[in-house]
Unconditional design. Sequence first.
Length: 462
Amino acid sequence: MPIQKRKKAKKIWMKYIFFLILVFLISFFISYQFDIGGRYVLVINETTTTSTVTTTVKPKVRIETVEVKVTTTEATTTTRITTTTSTTTVLKTTTTVSKAGRGRVKETTTTIPKPVAKIIINEVMYDPPGSDPGGEWIEIYNNDTFDCDIVDWKFFEDNTNHRLNLEQGSMIIPAKGYAIIADNATNFIVNHPGFSGTVIDSVFSLSNIGEYIALKDYSLSVVDEVTYNSSWGGNGTNKTLERKGNEWYESLLEGGTPGYENSVSTFVTTTTTLATTTTTAPTTTVPVIADHVVISEIYYDPFNESCSEFIELYNPKSEDVNISAWTIATPTSANDATIPPNSFIKSYGFYLIVDSCWYTGRDESTWPEADHNETITLRNDDGWIILKNNLGTIVDKVGWGNATNYEGNQTLDVNEGKSIERKPGYLNSTAGNGWDSDNNLEDFISREIPEPQNSSFVEFPG
């Protein structure tokens, strides 16, 4: 073969061999498996014929388990009071959020309106004796279980919202506590020297005929209201209008009961069924115990007329009572006896007032010593006794026979050597003489043998 032909044939074989090598490398390269992230495998196969080259791609997917890590979020929340006013409480809430080691703090502020307590208008002195200006007042009462701040409250009268200015005490009225709103707080304190509660000054003039009055809170919302009328009582009698439930009555005591439980609330009776050993249960009227000192026994017609008269007082309350400067009035004298300073009557205890010659002329030498002795003169057939506190307010009174001063009806006149004694306040005859229905005839009984008791005697409720 000529040399030129041999060279040409050699070149053709070289190209063919190079082509086969190239095809082999491409096939090997495409057939290689790739693992991407360990999550799936894609495999591509190729088939070859002698005449043509055909490439077929067939994807294959391999599913593997994937672990999911959940990072919990921890949150810590704290709440504290930052400020408080008469109307609102401001709370600041701080929340600390922790996630994957990272934290953030979020603060929110919440303003909460304070609840308004059930403050009620409880007593009204609208027509005091003498000149009205400077002597008018109303009593308010917190009939709720929590204290109430009445700063920025108003007293509404004569179509005017009158401001309230503190004169004595605190504008925070405690639960079950009282406060006085006076048209002249200074005069009220002077006229009631023993009053130590809250006194608030305002400017108003209550109608002697009757009018609408109201108590309003800081938002001028009506808390309580009443339209009183002079036909209810208290019109120039030195008595007040007192509230009992949703009804109003004239006070039983002159001057009213500022800062204390209303007199119409203590002089009431209830019907109670008493259990017995029989098959029936008799109904008996049992009065509520008066929440004040009472006249418990009177010996006005003794055998020894000049030296044995005595007046016994009883305290049915659960606390001692200061009776300094209290007075006894009789038909003979408006100030027949005056209790000396620093005198107290113990809780459920007695206090004995006797005639000045008690120790030398009393009917029975075994009778106890007196707590106070003074010349007293008690009438036999038409006598009465009025007990007044140091402010001149009537606390209790008893009339017998043909007396002209009494509660309800006069009690019966008893014979010489007998006393009249108030009934026990409870079913137990030794439970203290606290029965008070506001009717002398019902409250007192005749005692055959008088039994004076002084401050050394104590009789608890039974």
